[in-house]
Design a binder for this molecule. Structure first.
Ligand code: SF4
Ligand code: MG
Length: 332
């Protein structure tokens, strides 16, 4: 399969001030992360808040420039945000955020907003644009009557369907979804996730799907990467990874919310200590203060993400997990 998006050694650091007069400290949000996404494939990114996954998503779309590293889309380096080349590229890449109301204009009926990308990119005439917008809104499950409503007259689930319809109007190849169902009622989440999975197959979309919810990620993703304080700590095929997580952090996440029968049979790992704080990144393995398996070496030396034998493309960053005897042979 062809690689659509390739990220190499992406890093992003912010300045952060402690209190009003405190010194500005550097906060490393994303730490030398590399991955690739094939056309039509979904990579899920799992992590707690503060793990750097949203920053990663914005860098993947060129909305934020990395301090180091590079994103290549369809073989070309990502153009600078806001440049004419980037705007042209944007028709092929779309972002779905958690809050659909924030993504929509309260003053306009949704049909007008779904038509808008075709106006901007000058695709078709007025009648064609209206018809295509109606077809897309019907495809995501809105009635003709609902199409003429304003965003606040729709439910949260309907609004997220509208956002999806608008994102698909320019027939993108790549979608970044950042917690797309987290703001919705649990009863509605499954419907929107199912719709997203159907649309992904129908339109041949590649996706970067960001969520803290393992079950949702499991349902949507072909491959999964687990982030902790800006690092990929584990990556692999979604079935393999959730059935037999290898990194202690992944094992703890899966213990807390078993995703498959097999994963519920593994020895439990319970997380202790504070949730990750990017402004206070521990040395060595950054997970060591919370890791029940930590050894002396973990405080001194950061583990490197390495290929392992278990499963194709499986990579793990932990001193306790044996690397593959054939170095890098299975790396993405
Ligand atoms: Fe735990 Fe050490 Fe592995 Fe980090 S390297 S996850 S602290 S065992
Ligand atoms: Mg976030």
């Amino acid at each position: 399969s062809t690689v659509l998006l390739r990220a190499t050694d992406l890093s992003r650091t912010y300045g952060s001030r402690r209190g009003l007069f405190g010194a500005v400290t550097k906060v490393r949000a994303v730490n030398r992360v590399s991955f690739s996404i094939a056309a039509g494939e979904t990579l899920g990114i799992v992590g707690e808040s503060g793990s750097g996954k949203s920053t990663m998503g914005r860098m993947a779309l060129g909305l934020e420039a990395p301090d180091e590293g590079q994103v290549r889309f369809a073989g070309e380096p990502m153009p600078a945000s806001g440049s004419p080349a980037w705007r042209a590229q944007r028709a092929r890449m779309q972002m779905i955020y958690q809050d659909p109301l924030g993504a929509l204009d309260r003053r306009l009926p949704v049909i007008v907003q779904v038509q808008e990308p075709l106006d901007i990119h000058r695709i078709g005439d007025q009648a064609q644009r209206l018809r295509l917008a109606q077809e897309m809104l019907a495809r995501v499950g809105l009635s003709s009557e609902q199409m003429t409503r304003y965003p606040h007259e729709l439910s949260g689930g309907q609004r997220q369907r509208v956002v999806l319809a608008r994102a698909l109007m320019t027939r993108p190849d790549f979608l970044v979804c950042d917690e797309p169902v987290s703001a919705l009622d649990v009863s509605i989440q499954a419907q929107v996730v199912n719709l997203l999975v159907d649309l992904q197959a129908e339109f041949g979309l590649a996706m970067l799907f960001i969520s803290h919810d393992l079950r949702v990620v499991r349902q949507v993703s072909n491959r999964v990467a687990v982030m902790y304080l800006g690092d990929f700590v584990e990556e692999g095929d979604a079935d393999d990874l959730f059935a037999a997580p290898l990194h202690p952090y992944t094992r703890a996440l899966v213990s807390a919310a078993p995703v498959t029968k097999r994963s519920s049979g593994q020895a439990r790992i319970v997380l202790t200590g504070e949730p990750p704080n990017p402004a206070d990144r521990p040395g060595g393995c950054s997970f060591h203060p919370r890791c029940p398996l930590a050894i002396a070496r973990c405080k001194q030396e950061a583990p490197v993400l390495r290929s392992v034998e278990q499963g194709f493309g499986r990579r793990v960053a932990c001193h306790l997990v044996e690397p593959s005897s054939m170095p890098n042979s299975k790396a993405a």
